[in-house]
Design a protein around this ligand. Structure first.
Ligand SMILES: Cc1ncc(COP(=O)(O)O)c(C=O)c1O
Length: 399
C-alpha cells in the first residue's frame, strides 16, 4: 500500500532508543539460541484436519489440539461462514459497549447447559479467561493454591491477582490439603487452581479429590479443562461428576474455534462480567467464532464415539511404544535435552509427520519432549504409519 511517510531506517542510529531496544532483543534471542530454546514460527498451511504443508512438503499433523477435526468440519465451517456473512467479521468493541451478540448469548446458554451450570461467560481466548477470572476473584488478602504444572495463564492470573500463591506438587491433593491447612486461616478467600487435563503430559487431575480438599477449606476450585472438553468423559470434560464451581475451558481446541469460557453460578458470572478485566476491556468474541463453537458443541453432544476416538488412538500408539496408557489424547515422549527433542521432531518430519518438540520453560528443565496429540480425524493407516515413524525416531535418538 502506498505511504506518504518515508520508510523507517532498518538499523536505528546509535543514541536512538530503538538502538538499545534492538540490541536488547538481539541479546535475548542470542541467549535463547545458545540454550537451544529459541522458537521459530514456521509457515504451515492446513489442507484438512490432519494434513499440512510446510516447506513445500505434505505432513500428517500430530501436533494440533483440534482433537476432533472440527476446525475443518463442513458443518462448523458453514456456521462460521453464515455468521460472518450475516453479522460481519468482528464484534467491534467490548461487549459492554456494543451489546451482546445473539450468537454469543446462545453459545453461553448452550455451554452452561452442556456443563450443567447456571450460566457461562465467554472470553476472547482461554488465556484471557484465566487472567481475568483469577484476578477478579482473588486479591491481596487472599490465598491461591495452584498445581505446579498448571497452565501458564493460571500462574499468570494468580500473579496478577496479588494474592499469596503456593504451588502444590503436581496432582498431589494431599499436598494441596496441607498448604490450605497451613495458610487458609490467614486469608479472606482461597482459590484452588488446576488443569483438568495437563497440556504437556496428558495426565488428568484428581478432580474429585481436589473438590473434597477445596470443600474442607472453603476454597473455590477452578478446573481449566482446555484439553478435556470434547475428549474425556464422553466429551463432557475432566471435572465431570465433581463439584467444580468454576469450570473453565477453551473453544479453541476440541471445538475447533477461538475463545475461552467459564461456567459457574449466575452471580459469579455476573461478577466476572463486571470485574474480569480481560472481559471488560477487550473486544468481544467474533460472531463467526461463536457460531463455529456452537456448531462444534452440538457435534460433541451428538457424537460421543467421535469424542472417544482421540484417546483410543493415543492408547494404541502408547501400547505399541511401551508407554504408559494415556489419560487423554496427549502423548508425551520425554527425551530430556532440548536438542534431543529438536532432533526427534526433525526425524519425525523426515518421515512425514509433524509432531512438535516442547522445550523449557513450557516444560520443566531436563524434560524436553515430543508432544504427540491424536485427532479423531486421523485414519487407522496414518496411525499405523505414526507408530512406525515414532519407533524409528525413538531408536535413532537413543531413548
Ligand atoms: C490448559 C490450557 N489452558 C488455557 C489455554 C489457553 O487457551 P487459548 O488457546 O484458548 O488461549 C491453553 C492453551 O494452550 C491450555 O493448554
Amino acid at each position: 500500500m502506498p505511504s506518504s511517510r518515508p520508510a523507517a531506517p532498518i538499523v536505528p542510529a546509535a543514541g536512538d532508543p530503538r538502538a538499545s531496544l534492538r540490541a536488547h532483543a538481539e541479546d535475548k534471542l542470542a541467549d535463547l539460541a545458545a540454550r537451544d530454546r529459541r522458537r521459530l514460527a514456521v509457515e504451515t498451511r492446513a489442507l484438512d484436519a490432519v494434513t499440512v504443508t510446510r516447506g513445500g512438503r505434505r505432513l500428517v499433523n500430530v501436533s494440533s489440539n483440534d482433537y476432533l477435526g472440527l476446525a475443518h468440519d463442513p458443518r462448523v465451517i458453514a456456521a462460521a461462514q453464515a455468521a460472518a456473512a450475516a453479522h460481519g467479521t468482528g464484534a467491534g468493541a467490548s461487549r459492554l459497549i456494543t451489546g451482546e451478540h445473539p450468537e454469543v448469548v446462545a453459545l453461553e446458554a448452550e455451554l452452561a447447559a452442556f456443563k450443567g451450570a447456571e450460566a457461562a461467560l465467554v472470553f476472547s481466548s482461554g488465556y484471557a479467561a484465566n487472567l481475568g477470572i483469577v484476578s477478579a476473584l482473588a486479591g491481596r488478602s487472599d490465598l491461591i493454591v495452584i498445581d505446579d504444572l498448571a497452565h501458564n495463564c493460571l500462574h499468570m492470573g494468580a500473579r496478577l491477582s496479588g494474592a499469596t500463591v503456593h504451588r502444590f506438587a503436581h496432582n498431589d491433593a494431599a499436598c494441596a490439603h496441607d498448604l490450605l491447612a497451613r495458610h487458609r486461616s490467614g486469608a479472606r478467600h482461597a482459590l484452588l487452581l488446576t488443569d483438568g487435563v495437563f497440556s504437556m503430559d496428558g495426565d488428568r487431575a484428581p478432580v474429585a479429590a481436589l473438590a473434597r480438599v477445596a470443600a474442607a477449606h472453603d476454597a473455590w476450585l477452578l478446573v481449566d479443562d482446555a484439553h478435556g472438553l470434547g475428549v474425556v468423559a464422553a466429551g463432557h470434560g475432566a471435572g465431570e461428576g465433581a463439584c467444580v464451581p468454576l469450570a473453565m475451558g477453551t473453544l479453541s481446541k476440541a471445538l475447533g474455534s477461538q475463545g475461552g469460557y467459564v461456567c459457574a453460578d449466575r452471580p459469579v458470572i455476573e461478577l466476572l462480567r463486571n470485574r474480569a478485566r480481560s472481559f471488560v476491556y477487550s473486544t468481544g468474541l467474533a460472531p463467526a467464532s461463536a457460531a463455529a463453537a456452537r456448531a462444534a458443541l452440538a457435534i460433541v453432544a451428538a457424537e460421543p464415539e467421535r469424542c472417544a476416538r482421540p484417546q483410543a488412538l493415543a492408547a494404541r500408539v502408547a501400547e505399541a511404544l511401551d508407554l504408559p496408557a494415556p489419560d487423554s489424547p496427549v502423548l508425551p515422549i520425554v527425551l530430556g535435552a532440548e536438542q534431543a527433542a529438536l532432533d526427534a521432531q526433525a526425524a519425525l518430519e523426515a518421515r512425514g509427520y509433524l509432531g512438535v518438540a516442547v522445550r523449557p520453560p513450557t516444560v520443566p528443565p531436563g524434560t524436553a519432549r515430543l508432544r504427540i496429540s491424536l485427532s479423531a480425524a486421523l485414519s487407522d493407516a496414518a496411525v499405523a504409519g505414526l507408530i512406525d515413524a515414532l519407533r524409528a525416531v525413538v531408536a535413532e535418538t537413543g531413548r
